[in-house]
Design a protein. Structure first.
Length: 57
């Protein structure tokens, strides 16, 4: 693990949405789109959008 970190690697799964996509998704939610609609737009699951919304509060 220490060798991997020295190579610049962190751990864990990469995020499904980029930072820009996350902001765009939050903007759509603020405009009144439902979690399901936003999830379809970004081709992710509804729980992914719900987590994003919850983590931004």
């Amino acid at each position: 693990m220490a060798h991997a970190r020295s190579q610049g690697r962190t751990g864990g799964r990469p995020p499904k949405l980029t930072t820009d996509q996350q902001q765009a998704a939050l903007n759509l939610l603020a405009e009144g789109k439902s979690e399901s609609q936003v999830a379809k737009i970004f081709n992710v699951s509804r729980p992914t959008i719900a987590r994003l919304k919850q983590n931004q509060k």
